[in-house]
Design a protein around this ligand. Structure first.
Ligand code: FES
Length: 178
């Protein structure tokens, strides 16, 4: 009597432990199927815009793409102001203006190089050129470099979020959706 109830208790206890183990392993399996939180978060890249220097191209990364960031000099802004189309491509953060774009040529996707002396980009693949606002100045690229979705958050720029300034660029045809 005593023994059988003990066996019964042991049996139940073992079953309970096995059950917990099964749930734990199912949970572990499910976790390995779900994307990791860091991968989900990788859809967004936050840039601290106070860290950039004028006329110094920095290549950041967003969703596996190279992102060019070029803080404009006062002289560049002056030149851009002469052409409203150029000005529309710039992002104003605080008192500064930035060119932020996907660093892939709109012709066939090579990565253009920046020449700070000329303040222009050259795509070595087929000789396409862009100015300091990444607007195309020499074919074959069909348009300026594309601007990634962005949202201004104080002195930060969140890539991957569509803020009002980015939506305005889409509406005016300043950039295509990336
Ligand atoms: S890929 Fe850049 S000019 Fe052709």
């Amino acid at each position: 009597m005593k023994n059988s109830s003990r066996r019964g208790f042991m049996g139940k206890a073992f079953g309970a432990v096995a059950g917990v183990g099964a749930v734990a392993s199912l949970y572990a399996m499910k976790r390995s199927w779900d994307p990791l939180p860091s991968v989900k978060a990788a859809g967004f890249t936050t840039l601290d815009m106070s860290a950039y220097k004028e006329n110094e191209l920095v290549t950041e990364k967003w969703r596996g793409k190279p992102i060019f960031v070029l803080k404009q000099t006062a002289d560049m802004v002056k030149k851009a102001q002469a052409n409203p189309k150029d000005m529309e491509r710039l992002i104003k953060i605080g008192n500064d203006y930035f060119m932020v774009c996907v660093g892939l040529c709109t012709h066939l996707g090579c990565i253009p190089g920046y020449n700070p002396d000329e303040q222009s980009f050259l795509c070595a693949c087929h000789g396409g050129m862009y100015d300091f606002t990444a607007e195309v100045t020499k074919a074959p690229p069909p348009r300026g470099l594309d601007i990634p979705p962005f949202k201004i958050d104080g002195m930060k720029l969140v890539l991957g979020e569509e803020g009002p300034e980015y939506k305005k660029m889409l509406e005016s045809g300043t950039t295509l959706k990336v």
